[in-house]
Design a protein around this ligand. Structure first.
Ligand code: 6PG
Length: 467
């Protein structure tokens, strides 16, 4: 019997979709799953694919069915289950085999697991997979960490199953140990910010303009052809145009306004802060999901508080589109800054242009802008900062007035736009040559003698404070 090219363990939504994708691309795949009864059902559904899919209920048989050096992709819950799995599977593996964790893992855990397996001859790869079930089945974007050795084994399969942007596979080996999972975490942080900005614009149209869902959906659909073209804008149009089968109402009308989250947005913030960065657009998005859960408080507060709403002219659709574009550029710029800081800290040498390129298709944040970002990173960037590239300077110059008008109107009208406002505040802070940190330094020295740098002399100084 021929041995499988790869093993896939974990036949949940993502694992089964990736196994089918591999088989469809002609690879022989051994599959296994903790709940053994899923295996037979899955294999029987997977006929007529180019590659063979063989199911194995026992872990040793599963491992034996894969050609050496083995590549085994684990699509199981992140955290303790992955550590338990490493303990269980390693005794059956041999020198040169690779374990790939394709879940949304904390990159710190990926680094620890890599370290733990160092010297055993077993390689550990943390890989971010984006695109949901549909992407996994027909072409995800994949962000691969781990060793160059493991990448060489996995690369032909990864490139075959990945999404393609004009023929270019949306997968890359981005760096060692946790680099792949870190980049996926930041991808998700940007996903949170983008979704929050879409929700804020929907909120303006719903609450200030009083438009019905299908009309707002049409606006997003109209945006899908231009510079805002993206999976998430298309998805917003689809969500707003859908009808609830039970009531016939717009689907969005029956969805409770409380958002869930699994933690990757929060991880982006935690790591950003540890690296001395601030991803304020992502923070706004994570915060807004948190506040959304306090439904009862919000209901009571709307009744009790007079928030001083003012009459304002409604933002035009053109301004809303510009606000979304500026916000999207700035949220990505923050995400790329966080990745640059991590790359320096961990010595990963991340290639920002390549990251932008592998996000052009397959992943949830795929958009027309990613190709523009990739070009910006391929050129020499002033101060290494994407928003200073000539293309971004021009684009932001065009769309910042719209963002400013939208944030101002929303503030006056009492309509919350935390992510758009954070994007604008960050932009304005970064574009202010003389900021206000002189006051912070003055206060620190005044009450705590912390010292400050002077504009006209080197060294640390103290003020001559009266009183
Ligand atoms: C992707 C997504 C995916 C993520 C979901 C839900 O790239 O395919 O980022 O990995 O799990 O979007 O995330 P939350 O539950 O945290 O919103």
């Amino acid at each position: 019997m021929t041995q499988a090219d790869i093993g896939v363990y974990g036949l949940g939504t993502m694992g089964s979709a990736l196994a089918l994708n591999l088989a469809e691309n002609g690879f022989d795949v051994a599959v296994s799953n903790r709940e053994a009864d899923w295996i037979g059902t899955f294999v029987s559904k997977a006929k007529d694919l180019d590659g063979d899919l063989t199911g194995h209920t026992e872990l040793p048989d599963f491992v034996q069915a894969i050609k050496t050096p083995r590549t085994i992709l684990f699509m199981i819950p992140s955290g303790a289950p992955m550590d338990d799995m490493i303990d269980t599977v390693v005794p059956y593996l041999t020198n040169g085999d690779t374990i790939i964790d394709g879940g949304n893992a904390d990159f710190n855990a990926t680094r620890a697991r890599t370290k733990r397996l160092e010297g055993t001859g077993i390689h550990f790869v943390g890989m971010g997979v984006s695109g949901g079930a549909e992407g996994a089945r027909h072409g995800p974007s994949m962000m691969v960490g781990g060793t160059a050795y493991s990448w060489a084994q996995f690369r032909p399969m990864a490139e075959a199953i990945s999404a393609k942007f004009e023929g270019d596979p949306c997968v890359a080996h981005l760096g060692p140990d946790g680099a792949g999972h870190f980049v996926k975490t930041v991808h998700n942080g940007i996903e949170y910010a983008d979704m929050q900005m879409i929700a804020e614009i929907y909120g303006i149209q719903r609450d200030l303009a009083g438009l019905p869902a299908p009309q707002i959906g049409k606006m997003f659909a109209d945006w899908s052809d231009g510079p805002l073209s993206s999976y998430l804008i298309e998805s917003a149009a689809a969500v707003l145009r859908a009808k609830d089968a039970a009531t016939g109402a717009a689907m969005i009308e029956v969805i409770l306004d409380q958002a869930g989250q699994k933690g990757t947005g929060r991880w982006t913030l935690i790591e950003a802060l540890k690296l001395g960065q601030s991803a304020s657009t992502i923070e706004a998005a994570v915060g807004a999901r948190g506040w959304s859960s306090e439904k009862a408080v919000r209901v009571a507060a709307q009744e009790a508080l007079d928030i001083g709403k003012q009459e304002v002219a409604l933002p035009s659709e053109a301004d809303l589109a510009d606000a979304m574009l500026a916000g999207r550029i700035l949220a990505h710029a923050q995400g790329f800054r966080v990745m640059a800081a991590a790359s320096d800290e961990f010595g990963w040498n991340l290639d920002m242009a390549r990251i932008a390129e592998i996000w052009r298709a397959g992943c949830i944040i795929r958009s027309a802008l990613l190709d523009v970002f990739a070009d910006a990173f391929r050129a020499e960037l002033p101060h290494g900062h994407m928003i200073l590239s000539p293309e971004m300077v021009a684009r932001l110059g065009d769309c910042l007035p719209g963002l400013r008008r939208v944030v101002a109107a929303a503030a006056m009208a009492g309509q919350p736009v935390p992510a758009l406002a954070a994007a604008l505040a960050w932009n304005d802070s970064m574009a202010l040559a003389r900021g206000t940190a002189d006051m912070i330094q003055g206060l620190r020295d005044y009450f705590g003698a912390h010292g400050f740098a002077r504009v006209d002399q080197d060294g640390t100084h103290h003020g001559t404070w009266d009183g």
